[in-house]
Structure formats: structure tokens, C-alpha cells
Design a protein around this ligand. Structure first.
Ligand code: KG4
Ligand code: ZN
Length: 339
């Protein structure tokens, strides 16, 4: 089966073709970062309009590049995400499916993220602990199998990516904040500022970034007042990044030990962070799996793969699904109930 995957949940337009026998055949991605950078964050209406402009031509180009006339099924991200943006892929998927008379599979964006490491040759076996760190969601999930998820921990306030983005704004580093902070941190001293690691010593596996964000805000305010922000920006970025990574790593190790798993999968945009990858790999005695960087942030390949694994959940209703909030734990194994 040849599955076309469409991703438009936020500010990336992603398309991909996944063959259930041969694996990923082709994928393409357009990032809207430049459109949103001037506003310091994603503007939903601008995101939807740009997806409308780009998605169909991108699909046509993808099919042509793979020498495919049409796929056998279409998967699209149905949530969680920006509703207007989600509707672009959903609308196109249902339209094309009607014309081509093929099944449509609505995909959960975070499930697609956590399955992304399966696109690699060295894919993890089940069970594994998924350390999901994206712009809107940060979760620690025990994955016993496809659709068999137990949420062990989550952020009580900002998601990890959100914390990076907000702190980058404070530091005048622009959008998106994660890569900007990582770049700036290279020149800084991660021990220059003693920043809090919120909740790491508490019971359970939840975490929080608001105390850390407030601590950075105070330091930035002091530096601004003293006229030393330019000189201390790299140290602040490095110290902040170290605190976030430390928090994520410590919570992940504790959860993996509790769940008794020797595999951790890191996925979602913040999974592109090199320090997080290095630290977790160094600290965890088991195996750590990452998708390659281009499959960490939003992309069509993970959606096509998730769709291919969930063909049993094709939606016969011809209705467009666009769900802003959709807990991962609402999912069930393929074919067991409508996802
Ligand atoms: O998974 P993703 O592309 O979108 C969502 O599903 O939310 O994640 C985007 C987030 C943004 O907050 C961005 O700042 C962050 O991932 N990010 C990073 C890095 N690259 C992207 N955070 C830290 N370090 C990076 N290298
Ligand atoms: Zn994402």
C-alpha cells in the first residue's frame, strides 16, 4: 500500500509517500518560519493561508518525483493543533480520497511524533518510554505497543518547546526559540547562572518550566538594567538550556526505571536539541533512539508512517476531523475502536 501523508497542524507544510513494503519513498517540507518570525510566534490565520497555497502543489510535485500517479490511502494530521491549519490537510485529504476512491486515515500528531524513530533502520522494539518534547506538548509516555499508551508524566505549565520559545523572546533571540537558544548557547558557559531544576526531586514524573522561566526573566531584567545583556546573553542561553535538558533527562531516567524499560525514544521538535541527545545517551544505561533531525520537528513522513500503521482505522465518514485538543491516551490499538 502506498500511503500519502499530509501534515499542516502548525507552521510546517509536510507531505510524504510511505510504502508499506519498501518504507519511505519521498517526502517534502516547507517551513513557514520566515512568515511568522516577524511576529515572534505562529499566527494561526497566516499559517492556514500558507498551507492552502502550498499543500496541493507540494502533493503534485511529490507524486511526480516518486513516479506515482496516486496513492492507495491518504493520512492527515487531524489533531492536536491549530484548527484552521489542520482543516487544510483534512479538507484536501477528503477531497482527493473522494476523487481517487481511496481510504482516509486521521492521524494523531503526537502519535506520529513518537513513531518517527520507526522510520530509521535501527528502530526500537516495544515497549519503550517516549520522551515527547514538542512546541505545544511535553509528555512522558510508556509505549507498550501501537496505541497502547500510558502517560506517566506531563508538564504542569509550559511545554519544553514553549519554554525555549518564550525564553528566546526574552533574550531577543527571535523565533523559533529552540534552535536560536541552542546556537547562542554554544558560546556560553552553562554554569554561569545557577538556575532552578523545577520539581526534579518531587514524587511522580510531572515537570514544570514556569519557575525556571521566571528565574531567567529576573536575570534578564537585571542584565538589561545593568546594560550587560549583550555580554551575558550566551551564558544565559547556555544556563537555561542546561537546566531544561537536566530536568528532562532526570525525569526520563526516573520514569524509565519505574517502568522497567531499557529503551527511550526522544521525539518532537525539542528532540532536535543536541545537548539533550548527548546527555540522555550518556546518562541512560539502555538504548536511546532518535529520529533524524528532519523527522524530529513537524514533517509529513511521520504522518504517512502513522497512517500506514493505522490503515485499519480509516474514517468512512468523509468528514474532516480537526481537533485542537486530543489526549494521546484516548488512542487504542489499530482496529479496536475509532481513534
Ligand atoms: O514538534 P514541533 O516541530 O512542533 C510541535 O508539534 O509543537 O516542535 C517545535 C518546537 C519549537 O518550540 C522549537 O523551538 C523547538 O521545537 N525546537 C528546539 C530545537 N529545534 C526545534 N528546541 C530546542 N533545541 C532545538 N534544537
Ligand atoms: Zn509536532
Amino acid at each position: 500500500m502506498l500511503v500519502l501523508g499530509l501534515e499542516t497542524s502548525c507552521d510546517e507544510t509536510g507531505v510524504a509517500l510511505y510504502d508499506t513494503d519498501r518504507g519511505l519513498l519521498a517526502h517534502a517540507l516547507h517551513s513557514q518560519v520566515d512568515l511568522h518570525a516577524v511576529y515572534g510566534g505562529v499566527v494561526p490565520e497566516i499559517a492556514s493561508r500558507d498551507h492552502v497555497r502550498r499543500l496541493l502543489p507540494q502533493v503534485a510535485e511529490l507524486l511526480a518525483s516518486a513516479g506515482a500517479e496516486r496513492p492507495d490511502a491518504i493520512a492527515y494530521t487531524a489533531g492536536p493543533g491549530l484548527v484552521g491549519a489542520l482543516m487544510v490537510a483534512g479538507g484536501l485529504a477528503q477531497g482527493l480520497a473522494l476523487v481517487w476512491d481511496i481510504p482516509v486515515v486521521p492521524v494523531h500528531h503526537m502519535e506520529a511524533h513518537l513513531l518517527a524513530p520507526l522510520l530509521e533502520d535501527e528502530a526500537p522494539d516495544y515497549p519503550f518510554l517516549a520522551r515527547l518534547v514538542a512546541g505545544g506538548h511535553s509528555l512522558l509516555v510508556l509505549v507498550r505497543g501501537l496505541g497502547d499508551y500510558e502517560q506517566l508524566g506531563t508538564t504542569l505549565d509550559d511545554a519544553a518547546g514553549e519554554a525555549f520559545d518564550k525564553t528566546a523572546k526574552l533574550l531577543d533571540l527571535g523565533y523559533p526559540g529552540g534552535p536560536a537558544i541552542a546556537r547562542e548557547a554554544v558560546r556560553g558557559n552553562p554554569r554561569a547562572y545557577d538556575l532552578p531544576r523545577p520539581m526534579v526531586d518531587r514524587d511522580g514524573f510531572d515537570f514544570s518550566f514556569s519557575g525556571l522561566k521566571t528565574a531567567v526573566m529576573l536575570k534578564v531584567g537585571e542584565a538589561r538594567e545593568a546594560g550587560t545583556l549583550d555580554a551575558s546573553r550566551a551564558d544565559l542561553a547556555a544556563s537555561f538550556q542546561a537546566a531544561v535538558v537536566d530536568t528532562l533527562v532526570r525525569r526520563s531516567l526516573k520514569a524509565a526505571e519505574h517502568a522497567g524499560v531499557d529503551r527511550i525514544v526522544v521525539a518532537g521538535g525539542v528532540g532536535a536539541n543536541r545537548l539533550l541527545r548527548e546527555r540522555l545517551a550518556a546518562a541512560f544505561p539502555g538504548s536511546v533512539y532518535y529520529p533524524r533531525i528532519e523527522y524530529c520537528t513537524d514533517n509529513g513522513a511521520m504522518v504517512a508512517l502513522a497512517g500506514a500503521l493505522r490503515l485499519a482505522d480509516a474514517d468512512p465518514s468523509a468528514a474532516v476531523r480537526a481537533t485542537a485538543r486530543w489526549p494521546l491516551t484516548d488512542l487504542a490499538p489499530p482496529g479496536s475502536r475509532p481513534c
